[in-house]
Design a protein around this ligand. Sequence first.
Ligand code: CDP
Ligand code: CDP
Length: 223
Amino acid sequence: MSRCIAIDGPAASGKSSIAKRIAERMNLAYVNTGSLYRAVALAALRAGRSLAALDRSFLDTLKLEYVESAPGVWELKLNGEFPGAALRTPEVAAGASLVAGQPAVRDYLLDVQRGFAGKRYIVMEGRDIGTVIFPDADFKFFVTASPEERARRRLAQSGETPDGATLAEVAREIAARDKQDSERTVAPLKPAPDAELIDTTGMTLDQAVETVYGRIAAKSGKK
Ligand code: CDP
Ligand code: CDP
């Protein structure tokens, strides 16, 4: 079994916030795997590469690390620098979903992600952690919320949507990304058969974190 707490789910379901809080509470490393796809898209955009066909020789020039930038704060480093807010623009989000459908990108990031695991538990969050990256993870969650609720959450996050965006526009962007992520042939977004499903539509973030933490504690007690 892999020492991994896998948290998968669609955009704005709350997986990064939950994963971050669980990692803090359990004093574990945390990896937001969406930031890896975003970093590949950002690097390709900066290099003037077509996002539609990235090859392994370009990918092998990238250096992707996950480091503790301050106590308990885990952040991605791209080619030795923290890209920070540049990863969260709508252009990079759409680019990430585009590059994520390419087998060359997924093969490359599979090795990068497995390389983050070690002797200690790790909290990893994304779309295919419980299905492809660590199918034998000790703990698997699939976090969802209704499309309307996810659009509301994303709109409320500053810097993640274009200035003046409406709820309907954000909902459309999320729906397009859900569709692209769920329908791709490689590693589509779907719950692992043995994942615990958590619908957070009517929950506050605190309640969602308590639900996930409670299940981890209950299952660990049983082992
Ligand atoms: O990582 P993902 O895109 O799934 O979502 P996120 O960036 O963690 O969360 C989107 C926003 O929803 C954040 O501002 C959270 O505080 C908020 N939220 C949540 O994550 N869970 C709830 N149950 C309620 C709100
Ligand atoms: O924060 P949000 O949920 O909106 O997106 P993200 O987790 O940062 O992921 C950005 C994009 O990367 C997603 O739309 C997916 O296409 C892709 N991704 C993936 O394919 N597999 C993962 N494990 C994580 C992200």
